[in-house]
Design a protein around this ligand. Sequence first.
Ligand SMILES: *[C@@H]1O[C@H](CO)[C@@H](O)[C@H](O)[C@H]1NC(C)=O
Ligand SMILES: *[C@@H]1O[C@H](CO)[C@@H](O)[C@H](O)[C@H]1NC(C)=O
Ligand SMILES: *[C@@H]1O[C@H](CO)[C@@H](O)[C@H](O)[C@H]1NC(C)=O
Ligand SMILES: *[C@@H]1O[C@H](CO)[C@@H](O)[C@H](O)[C@H]1NC(C)=O
Ligand SMILES: *[C@@H]1O[C@H](CO)[C@@H](O)[C@H](O)[C@H]1NC(C)=O
Length: 438
Amino acid sequence: MMNTKARLEICRIPQNQKPPLIKHNQSLWFYVLVLITFVTTLFILLHTRFPLQTPPSWHWQSSIFQTYGLNPNMVNKLRDSVTFFPLKDLRYSNAALHGHTWFMSSLYDTHQDGEVQYQQFPSKSSQGRVLCLKGHDNHDGSWNYYALAWPEALPYNATFMKGLTFVSYNHYDYGNLFHGLTSMIPFVAWHKMNNCSIMPSRWVLYHWGELRFNMGLWLGSLMEATFDGPLNIERFYDEENGPVCFEEDVVMRHNEGGMSRQRRMEVFDLMRCKARMYCNAEINDRGVFPVIGMTLLLRTGARSFKNETVVADMFLKECAKVQGCRFMVAHSNNLTFCEQVKLMSSTDILISPHGAQLTNMFLMERNSSVMEFFPKGWLKLAGVGQYVYRSIASWAGMKHDEGSWRDPIGDHCPYSEDDRRCMSIYKGGRIGHNDVGN
Ligand SMILES: *[C@@H]1O[C@H](CO)[C@@H](O)[C@H](O)[C@H]1NC(C)=O
Ligand SMILES: *[C@@H]1O[C@H](CO)[C@@H](O)[C@H](O)[C@H]1NC(C)=O
Ligand SMILES: *[C@@H]1O[C@H](CO)[C@@H](O)[C@H](O)[C@H]1NC(C)=O
Ligand SMILES: *[C@@H]1O[C@H](CO)[C@@H](O)[C@H](O)[C@H]1NC(C)=O
Ligand SMILES: *[C@@H]1O[C@H](CO)[C@@H](O)[C@H](O)[C@H]1NC(C)=O
């Protein structure tokens, strides 16, 4: 049951924070590197000309002097040495999501136990270098490129984009609520790690290294709410020919992977809170008496209930048996983002067929319950995909245990029930209502 304190939850700034965005003296790194290059070259030169002699000191002084004056020759050499690699590395197509993945495969993520995995530029591990992209192809990710460069020696004709850029890798798509949301989790986690202090100036969305221009309305609204403003999704319109380099940049390619359950719950807490503020759903006055909200969230087409009226009547009766229970029925397809947020804010028990609309569950108060309905055949044949909403429930602190109900009756499949070929028949199945109430 709901307590008012939880209802009045505000978007707290997290305690026990880790250190903020690492600020580096980029120019110092740069000077050090140029210096090392100079010294090495000089050393080799001296060895050739005066074998094993102590170099005259004025040589050293003059070289240091020149370095601090940023020898244009050397800068040009550094610019020339910026090397672009394909964003999607086909050598790793059979391990696309593992380790360094096939996306920017030469670079490794920063990862501390239980925390989000991310790459940040410029950073210590990039030796102060920033990320540059030549990446506007939207058909083949191996035609898009990335490179690291020192800000003082950006590649020729580069456009320098100020502010913070979020670069996202999504293995599925930005339209589906579940797949979209999981690819956003690491950005929210990183944001929280930095005390929500820096807002992204732009987003660069990739799928398999291919540039994408949109995310779904629901996901876009959620991110707008979380990051306090409209999203600027980069299209690289004016930069078709030259590379683009980013002042500050964070790359995510592992979704929620590596994060502890605690961290995941914190991310969902933040998104829930921000979404409610954005939609003015925060002040949800349930009155003096405790009210239990029971919501039947319906979908159309595949995995819809065959007879919605009968199912609704059944739950209405169940609800009527409990004091303070308020029953609501809604179709997910005709609710705006904010209508979904508001509905979930007043829901404690969510009843819905397996499907993307269930992603909304994290917008309920923590510890709320989920009942998920599957058509016939799904238990044996649908594979791990059927557990995704159980995962969200766990990450967002909802109760899904014993919350699955599977229809024993379904379309006829000519093979044995365990045969994989049946899945294509069951996949689009609808859900009956016998014993739904039990
Ligand atoms: C985040 O907040 C904590 C606790 O208030 C503070 O110690 C830390 O310095 C803050 N970090 C940033 C990036 O502001
Ligand atoms: C930079 O752009 C100019 C004009 O588009 C072009 O002529 C030149 O070759 C480019 N330089 C490099 C190094 O790509
Ligand atoms: C749903 O079931 C009720 C009661 O059995 C029946 O009256 C109604 O016609 C059914 N509706 C549909 C759309 O099948
Ligand atoms: C919502 O969608 C369902 C199914 O598409 C439809 O039957 C219902 O009339 C719609 N409700 C409203 C209020 O538009
Ligand atoms: C959720 O339930 C757990 C365990 O029953 C409890 O410790 C926690 O305080 C609850 N959280 C909220 C927000 O009610």
